[in-house]
Ligand binder design. Sequence first.
Ligand code: NAP
Length: 305
Amino acid sequence: MSETHDLVIIGGGVGGMTAGIFAARYRLKTVLLEKAVVGGQPAVAERIENFPGFPEIDGWELSTRLEKHAVELGVGVVEPESVQRVDSGGRTLQVIGERGQYRTKALIVASGGHPRLLGVSGEKEFTRKGVHYCAQCAGPGYEGKRIAVVGGGESALLGALYLSKIGREIILIHRREAFRAEKILQERILDCESIKILLDSTVEEITGDKIVRGITVRDLQTAEISPIDLDAVFIYIGYVPNTDFIDVDKDDKGFLRVNLQMQTSHPGIFACGNVVREDAQIISAMGEGAVAAISAARYVMETDV
Ligand code: NAP
């Protein structure tokens, strides 16, 4: 670890890559660390319909374009690199990864989140054996099968719509009497004949032998518990932020507290996207990434580090 970077970005989702593009235009010497592959959640989305100006855009295409744009401007990408901790005690920041250490003047945390677990019996036991968190990744293995989708937000409804083109029957299970997802998605769900909706219902248990064979569902209005035979359960009940490795002010759910400049409680450390809010959208994560990069550029220019 000899060189000092101007900026390290942790996370190669849309927020992190947008930050990289803006940072490169300020001529910051920038490296982006991604623990898997750059792209983030949009890269696995089949299509995105709420990216302003583009009524429909493929998630993988958007991510690929962002990466190309950032790399062409000179952003260095290290993947895979899993950040273990950030040491903020010195004049510069030290980012400690599994593969290396990175000294930097400024840091943008754009590490996103991971799926929230349902926490019911059978979930861990059958993970990847019928329990999944990504329809685009695991869905094609369930052609003609009966599949449950759990959740009431955009991810759950998009997952159910995607799986309806693969499975025989999709059972969409939500714990409230109404979905919270965009109305346009709710209308599509209602129009889809192969999707059956169970509202006011919770999954109590996931059952099987070597693979998932069924679930039990509680009707919250009647307290009645019923078994349902099926082949897979896709769980979409929100995200938990990936912020364990950094010690700055967080809220009680682990989201980083930032000001309007996207600065955290520590000077020189900025954040954007799913690490600062549960309700991040692609466009808001990108906007925050741009603001974080501009703030980081000002910090590097104005601070003697
Ligand atoms: P979300 O909007 O937070 O929805 C999570 C859903 O899971 C809610 O319906 C919630 O129920 C339910 N839930 C939470 N904990 C549960 C539990 N323990 N048991 C059962 N149900 C539980 O999450 P998301 O759909 O993953 O979306 C996350 C963010 O990304 C949102 O802001 C969303 O708008 C955004 N997003 C955008 C797009 C896009 O195309 N632009 C696509 C996907 C996601 P309650 O309603 O009762 O809280």
